[in-house]
Design a protein around this ligand. Structure first.
Ligand SMILES: [Zn+2]
Ligand SMILES: [Zn+2]
Length: 128
């Protein structure tokens, strides 16, 4: 599975979960501290809302499945993309294709949320 490949289940821009209009595809700018430069993503401009990334990064077969039909694996990512996230740096799982509101934190055995605020390595090598 090539993480940089387009997500197989995204055939057209996902609809915004708030206003139900099609989102717009964008490419993340350089200098993003979470290593997102060059990543394709979708966002709703009128709502100023991030929808999802367009690639296969962060999708692993041991991730929980989201609420979408067809047993779709969620995407593991790091909070900090925008102000929608409550706990900055929190590792969490979301719908990989922006079609449902699945959200789950990645926690350790004691139930604490795992966080990254500064990545020392390339996030790709860490599976993000
Ligand atoms: Zn919208
Ligand atoms: Zn979903």
């Amino acid at each position: 599975m090539d993480p940089e490949a387009s997500h197989w289940a995204i055939r057209s821009a996902p609809l915004c979960l708030s206003c139900k209009r099609p989102t717009t595809e964008r490419i993340a700018r350089r200098g993003n501290h979470l290593g997102h430069d060059g990543r394709p993503y979708f966002r709703c401009e009128p709502c100023n809302r991030f929808s999802c990334f367009g690639d296969m990064r962060g999708i692993h077969l041991n991730n929980p499945v989201c609420y979408c039909e067809g047993y779709l694996f969620s995407r593991r990512q790091i909070a900090g993309w925008d102000s929608q996230q409550k706990v900055r740096g929190a590792i969490h799982y979301v719908c990989a294709v922006g079609k449902c509101d699945f959200f789950e934190y990645c926690t350790d055995n004691d139930g604490h949320i795992l966080r990254y605020t500064n990545l020392s390595e390339d996030p790709r090598s860490m599976g993000f």
